[in-house]
Design a protein around this ligand. Structure first.
Ligand code: ZN
Length: 60
């Protein structure tokens, strides 16, 4: 049993794509920290390549 998710893994890399007008899996997703100190997930729509942004968490 060594193949579970690493600690830093995001829950589900899914975000709303404004171009597809639907939720899509995120490609090249990476965690970034915003100015206000909150974490967000930044990536691209797997379908159309549009940039996506998803704010993570909400409670700490
Ligand atoms: Zn899309």
């Amino acid at each position: 049993m060594s193949n579970d998710n690493p600690a830093a893994a995001a829950p589900s890399k899914e975000a709303y794509c404004v171009k597809c007008k639907a939720k899509r899996p995120m490609k090249d997703a990476q965690t970034v920290t915003m100015k206000n100190g909150r974490d967000a997930l930044q990536g691209k729509c797997e379908t159309c390549g549009t940039g996506m942004y998803k704010i993570l968490g909400g409670k700490k």
